[in-house]
Design a protein around this ligand. Structure first.
Ligand code: FES
Length: 81
């Protein structure tokens, strides 16, 4: 049985203005717009890290000041593509 993973992207106003929508798009593109059955993607309200946005959590591990290049490395680490 596959372990479930949750990707949470902060969609609060500070993260949104710092590019969280691009992070959502890049996550979807990484998975070819077809998330695996065991991966759940959702947005969240402010996580309290506004000055370090955009912020993403994977299985409760927090990633801050994301850009698309870092994002790919992080997704590779978690999902091994
Ligand atoms: S808006 Fe994302 S941490 Fe506050």
């Amino acid at each position: 049985m596959n372990i479930k993973h949750e990707i949470v992207i902060c969609m609060g106003s500070a993260c949104f203005s710092r590019g969280s929508k691009k992070i959502v798009d890049a996550v979807n593109a990484y998975f070819g717009n077809n998330l695996p059955d065991n991966v759940f993607l959702r947005g969240s309200l402010c996580t309290g890290n506004c000055e370090n946005g955009p912020v993403m959590l994977i299985d409760e591990q927090v990633y801050k000041k994301l850009d698309e290049e870092q994002l790919i490395k992080i997704l590779d680490k978690h999902f091994g593509k």
